[in-house]
Design a protein around this ligand. Structure first.
Ligand code: SF4
Ligand code: SF4
Length: 497
């Protein structure tokens, strides 16, 4: 057990009045805590992270991004009150989000989008959505590559297929919708219609493999509806990412079962992105503390519930993949690679290979640290040398990188060495086809709430909302600070159908 010590100073929010406050992140023996004091509402002392060793390890994989060259706002107050994006933002947009409605065909107690309850209809028009898409694509030097339509429930909009087509027309290579799956389950032709329109992925709310979590979290039995939605997507060949909201005491014990469910349906499920619930400022602090699930808590639960098939050490911060983009950027000499530079404490991920029903994290047969350090060294060497030197470095890396795969531990049904050789030789993600078909991405993004809000993290956010007035707002700022005002400003009275 370590001593109590301050790790860093940052800024956070008062959970009551959202004032930006000085905050201390400190190590309290077996936990990382965040503490701040509001002149009006007193001291708040909350869990930030629950394993100091993993906190330090994750930091190693942090990477400050290049931000954007054409900010939409000027910095006139303390971050995060100048969103955005402002010139101080440290990452470009990787996934753009547009809330296309606040209507919903359900009323979940955990929803932060507050649809019918607000009595206001927030529903940007087709033309407004086009402008928001263009705004995201205009980001320089990296145009936003991927878009997610969310809400509310995006499928309640009849023009959703047209909006998917519109995103493709505007140049997005990846399109997805975040949905509860009700309409996909009810209308078998809908998945095909979306697929034909160009939709790549369904981000399906999926809280467990029994009815209990749905009854408790969503007030409704939904399991058979989710299974039907998955079946209809399968028939249409529309890929799915399962998105469970994790609440301690309600479904935290289903994490292993959800991963196994995804593995059993790997023909259509591409990954599981677990999202620990975030809290509104009115939640009592003791409830926040007892229900909080941190990234290391999640990793422990995965290890326990998969009986060690996936271990804590198999997880890496999502930002660890940044060296791949930098390497490709250095080879191609262009400054426009999409680079995942979210803060290393925002989330965690691993790829698991599914072989004959078994789950094997790829970290168990690839030396991840050696792989990334080879990439980083090669990038650095290329930046220093001329063209001939570059060709030599690329040729050497194409030979050396695949050697980080330990063939004696690698499952027989995948030749990861050959796949890596093809990827780095052709520099085409197409070569990853077979790999993607046999692997699942298991990830967890820990969205912030005012209790654990950290300015350092939000500044590097890569997931951004486009809103009708031309701003592009990082996800965690949007939900902690801006959503209510934006919906008020751009909504009209809601008349239920
Ligand atoms: S979160 Fe980013 S865009 Fe918002 S104020 Fe901070 S640096 Fe600027
Ligand atoms: S959405 Fe929140 S948790 Fe995710 S990258 Fe952005 S700041 Fe981090």
């Amino acid at each position: 057990m370590g001593e109590i010590m301050v790790i860093k100073n940052t800024k956070s929010l008062c959970p009551e009045c959202l004032t930006v406050l000085d905050a201390e992140v400190y190590n309290d023996k077996d936990k990382i805590m965040i503490k701040k004091t509001c002149a009006e509402h007193g001291e708040f002392n909350n869990t930030y992270w629950s394993n100091p060793d993993k906190y330090i390890k994750a930091k190693k994989y942090g990477k400050v991004g290049i931000g954007i060259e054409n900010p939409q706002t000027i910095v006139d107050s303390e971050c995060p009150l100048s969103c955005g994006l402002c010139v101080e933002h440290e990452s470009h947009t990787v996934l753009g989000l547009i809330d296309i409605t606040n209507r919903c065909n359900m009323k979940c107690p955990v929803c932060f989008a507050n649809a019918a309850v607000s009595k206001k209809l927030y529903e940007p028009s087709y033309e407004e959505i086009r402008l928001m898409l263009q705004n995201l694509r205009n980001n320089k030097p990296v145009p936003t590559p991927a878009i997610q339509y969310s809400g509310g429930e995006p499928t309640v909009r009849k023009d959703l297929p047209d909006l998917v087509k519109l995103a493709k027309e505007e140049g997005f290579t990846h399109t997805q919708i975040a949905t509860n799956g009700l309409r996909l389950a009810r209308l078998p032709s809908f998945a095909k219609e979306l697929k034909d329109a160009g939709l790549n992925t369904v981000y399906l709310q999926f809280d467990g493999i029994t009815e209990e979590p749905y009854i408790k979290i969503r007030n409704k039995k939904l399991l058979s509806i989710k299974l039907k939605a998955i079946e209809n997507c399968r028939k249409a060949g529309l890929g799915i990412v399962l998105v469970p909201t994790i609440l301690k005491g309600i479904n935290h014990d289903q994490i292993g079962d959800i991963i196994r469910f995804a593995a059993d349906n790997i023909d259509i499920i591409r990954g599981v992105n677990f999202q620990p619930v975030s809290f509104a400022g009115r939640t009592p602090t003791d409830e926040v503390e007892s229900q909080r699930v941190t990234v290391p808590d999640f990793e422990c639960m995965v290890e326990e519930q998969t009986e060690g098939q996936i271990e804590i050490g198999d997880f890496y911060p999502a930002s660890c993949v940044a060296p791949i983009s930098e390497f490709i950027e250095a080879i191609d000499g262009k400054d426009s690679q999409v680079t995942f530079t979210c803060h290393p404490h925002c989330g965690t991920a691993t790829y698991v290979f599914v072989d004959d029903g078994g789950i094997i994290p790829i970290t168990q047969f690839i030396d991840v640290d050696r792989f990334f350090s080879l990439l980083t060294d090669s990038t650095g060497n290329m930046e220093e040398g001329g063209l001939v030197n570059k060709a030599r470095i690329v040729a050497r890396a194409t030979v050396e990188l695949p050697k980080t795969v330990d063939m004696s531990k690698s499952p027989d049904s995948i030749d990861l060495r050959s796949i890596l050789t093809a990827v780095f030789r052709d520099r085409s993600y197409k070569s990853l086809g077979d790999f993607h078909n046999q692997t699942l991405l298991v990830s967890c993004m820990h969205f912030m709430d005012p209790f654990n809000f950290d300015q350092d993290r939000v500044r590097r956010c890569v997931i951004h909302y486009a809103v009708p007035d031309g701003r592009i707002i990082p996800f965690c700022s949007m939900n902690a600070i801006y959503r209510e005002d934006i919906e008020k400003k751009f909504s009209k009275p809601f008349k239920p159908e």
